[in-house]
Design a binder for this molecule. Structure first.
Ligand code: SF4
Ligand code: SF4
Length: 180
């Protein structure tokens, strides 16, 4: 059985034209995730990486995405303003084919967690520290359908049966099933 649920979708919009390659986002991300918090900073531990090409004035922030156990068979190669960038340069994956988005000491994959913390932040730290406004945070609410676990349905049905009687509950369920 499906149930409607509200879900908050978090997005960071990246405007590469505004990024100046200052790397403040990398610094603050690594500091936030240090143990204890803010005790050190090392951009190699950041969950965002800024591809920098100062001669071409190209700076592209890339967020760490999913870990992948095996490298993919195909490769991306970008050309921007006539300059060719390394294979997979803008890929978000933590992948065995390269050292990006891996914890330098342990090799464990790093993934952007949108600065999940308790209490939660008004905006992710990289957005707050980006004085060039190249990173803009947005939240929106979406309706999603979720599978309801069988035991929850049974508990729910039992509570309804206690209140209205089994026959009425069964008639209602039969009517709902026909609508599907
Ligand atoms: S803080 Fe902003 S301007 Fe600086 S490198 Fe990061 S995204 Fe670019
Ligand atoms: S949203 Fe938070 S975890 Fe993700 S890159 Fe920015 S500072 Fe790091």
């Amino acid at each position: 059985m499906k149930a409607e649920k509200k879900k908050i979708v978090k997005t960071i919009k990246i405007d590469v034209d505004k990024c100046n390659g200052c790397q403040a986002c990398e610094v603050i991300c690594s500091a936030l995730h240090a143990t204890p918090k803010y005790s050190s900073n090392n951009p190699a531990r950041a969950r965002i990486r800024v591809i920098r090409d100062p001669l071409a004035d190209v700076y592209v922030p890339v967020y760490a995405g999913e870990y992948t156990a095996a490298e993919c068979a195909g490769r991306d190669k970008y050309t921007i303003d006539g300059k060719e960038y390394d294979e997979c340069a803008f890929c978000r994956a933590s992948c065995p084919s390269r050292d990006f988005f891996k914890e330098p000491d342990s090799g464990l994959p790093l993934k952007c967690d949108m600065c999940e913390s308790d209490p939660s932040l008004t905006e992710p730290m990289c957005v707050q520290w980006c004085l060039a406004d190249a990173l803009v945070y947005e939240e929106r609410e979406e309706d999603v359908e979720e599978d309801v676990p069988q035991e929850d349905i049974e508990l729910g049905l039992e509570a309804l049966a206690n209140a209205h009687g089994w026959q009425k509950v069964m008639d209602t369920v039969a009517r709902m099933s026909k609508k599907d």
